[in-house]
Design a protein. Structure first.
Ligand code: ADP
Ligand code: MG
Length: 590
């Protein structure tokens, strides 16, 4: 027998599609609050949203005669005709959220428009109105969702732990607060403030109030515009990195997305400034013409397809390279000490533990005392932000100027000292040299013309593997400036070396090159070749070489011409800085 389902049954089925877990409820309620024009939104959850979710806004409110309509399926104030779909300016438009949420929970609505003298309260249990009455309340809307899925036990069973559910909500709220920087957001979990933003439209201080574990002193602004695409945001300098990409957040046209394309741009732009396996923290906001973007390739809308991947990669890469070539991104002496510690593997573990712990604490209310400490941190973070902002803006987009440096000499036969107007610098002679040679090798490899010099007394090398002159590694060496001749079984004679090397340098380079080569003598791919050059470069330069002023200037001149003068090919900094202000602080002059 075929029959039309009762409203209650069909509502429950439909609700299943919209409301999957507490996060879905939060998402719908927050989007409604944003659509209402509110500039202050508070979200409060208990037990990961399972026990209750309350969202309060100071937006337009719903008038007394419309409160029940709002809970009907396909009831919306946001569109009237199908045509309106083409010019949507709101986040919602299906008119399904409130109906769906109400069908699977106990909902209480408190709302008042500015025109009304009194507000309305409406209570709905499992889709049925239980009570409607007038009530005193401020302008705006509060929706409380209690006992989610109380009447759909199957759904309830699928929920994760309170901690896991609230983590999802914290992530979502963080991202939405980052996106809508003109709205004040506050998130409360089990009675404790997770974060609150000031809604003053400043992205950096918003980041500081949401992510208390990020030192915003180590973030630099990125900004680039090209042919209708614009990119804006913040990335961490090399002193602040993470073992995963979890802290790389991307928005495209105001929506959070995941994107391998943007990750590729970050990787290219950041190249060599970090050790393998470390990732910068990034907050990237891309704005691109809507018609060059497909957001409907995945139901969760987290994946998008760009018309021109290459252009996206390029603009991301370029914005990062520009930002990292400013004085701001030179490693601070104090921070560089910290980086060293960070590179010890066990630290990563602790760092991760830390993140999990904080969130767990927030969501389970297990330890009050520690949470209090966290709260102080949020406030602290918010306090420092305005200053940092000014500091960053001041020097924004000014590329680092080598020609403004004044060289003072060296210490320990290894470190070159220099200063400009208000900053003191220390260069690692060895790392600088390594960077210079590395770029020369790579250029030589890519260039048609090779700069080789014949040597008076050719040197002999013995390979530890079976090979002959036609093997690939010989032509790679030839390409970077060495001429090899066969000189017996697995023995070769080097008759020419690159012009920029001394014989000793060339010898240790070749030794290391052959060592690193091992069995992979056919290396066909450029990544392998690049790595090999990178590794072998290191051996070619000795520290503890006393150099005079003339040589310092020569070295610095070459460094300044490098594509990336800021770090050696392995990701170590070539130089660090300490500002006059920092020095004055050490001596308690300020
Ligand atoms: P949609 O957002 O797709 O329109 P919803 O079911 O989420 O559908 O909401 C239905 C209607 O209820 C909205 O169109 C809006 O008019 C009203 N509404 C919901 N939440 C709020 C709010 N926080 N403030 C003002 N009006 C609201
Ligand atoms: Mg909605």
């Amino acid at each position: 027998m075929i029959k039309v389902l009762e409203k209650q049954v069909s509502d429950k089925i439909a609700a299943g599609e919209v409301v999957e877990r507490p996060l879905s409820v939060v998402k719908e309620l927050i989007e409604n609050a944003i659509d209402s024009g509110a500039d202050s939104i508070i979200c409060e959850i208990k037990q990961g949203g399972k026990l209750s979710i309350r969202v309060t806004d100071n937006g337009c409110g719903i008038s007394a005669e419309e409160v029940e309509t709002a809970f009907l399926r396909h009831a919306t104030s946001k569109i009237t005709t199908a045509n309106d779909l083409n010019s949507l300016e709101t986040l919602g438009f299906r008119g399904e959220a409130l109906a769906s949420i109400a069908a699977v929970s106990r909902v209480e609505l408190l709302t008042k428009t500015t025109e009304e003298k009194v507000g309305t309260s409406l209570i709905i249990h499992g889709g049925e109105t239980v009570q409607k009455k007038q009530t005193g309340c401020p302008d705006g809307t509060t929706i409380i969702v209690n006992d989610l899925f109380y009447n759909t036990p199957a759904r309830l069973k699928f929920l994760k732990s309170d901690g896991a559910e609230s983590n999802q909500i914290i992530d979502f709220m963080s991202q939405i607060a980052l996106c809508y920087i003109n709205i004040k957001f506050r998130l409360i979990s089990n009675g404790q403030i997770v974060f609150s933003t000031n809604g003053k439209g400043d992205r950096l201080s918003t980041i500081a109030s949401i992510y208390s574990n990020i030192d915003i002193k180590n973030l630099v602004n990125i900004h680039e515009e090209n042919g209708g695409i614009s990119i804006d945001g913040y990335i961490s300098t090399p002193v602040m990195s993470r073992p995963t990409r979890n802290m790389q957040i991307f928005f495209v046209n105001g929506r959070v997305i995941e994107s391998k394309i943007i990750e590729k741009g970050i990787k290219k732009g950041y190249k060599e400034r970090l050790f393998e396996g470390r990732h910068p923290i990034t907050f990237i906001f891309l704005d691109i013409p809507a018609n060059t973007l497909d957001v409907n390739i995945h139901p969760n809308k987290r994946q998008v397809r760009f018309d021109q991947d290459d252009r996206i990669v390029e603009i991301v890469e370029k914005s990062i390279i520009n930002a990292l070539s400013t004085k701001d991104s030179v490693v601070r002496m104090a921070d560089s000490v910290k980086t060293k510690i960070e590179e010890i593997p066990t630290f990563h573990f602790e760092e991760k533990q830390d993140e999990i712990d904080i969130k767990k604490l927030l969501s389970t209310d297990s330890d009050h005392a520690i949470f209090e400490e966290e709260k102080i941190d949020f406030q602290e973070a918010a306090k420092v932000s305005p200053n940092c902002c000014i500091e960053l803006k001041e020097s924004f987009e000014k590329p680092f100027r080598f020609d403004e440096l004044n060289y003072l000499g060296t210490i320990f036969n290894t470190y070159i000292l220099a200063q400009d107007n208000n900053t003191f610098y220390m260069f690692d002679q060895h790392a600088c040299h390594e960077r210079i040679n590395y770029e020369k090798f790579v250029n030589q490899y890519n260039n048609e013309v090779k700069f080789k010099q014949p040597i008076m007394v050719p040197f002999i090398v013995n390979t530890s593997f079976e090979t002959n002159i036609t093997d690939n590694w010989v032509s790679v060496l030839d390409n970077i400036g060495f001429t090899l001749e066969e000189f017996g079984f697995n023995v070769f004679r080097i008759t020419e070396i690159p012009t920029f090397m001394s014989i000793q340098e060339a010898q240790s380079f070749i030794d290391d090159f052959l060592d690193n080569l091992k069995e992979d003598i056919y290396m066909a791919n450029t990544v392998v070749i690049d790595k090999l050059i990178m590794k072998s470069c290191k051996a070619s330069i000795k520290a503890n070489d006393k150099i005079n002023m003339e040589e310092i200037k020569g070295l610095m001149d070459q460094l300044s011409k490098c594509v990336n003068p800021f770090s050696c090919p392995h990701g170590r900094p070539t130089f660090v800085k300490m500002t006059k202000y920092e020095i004055e602080k050490i001596f308690k002059r300020v």
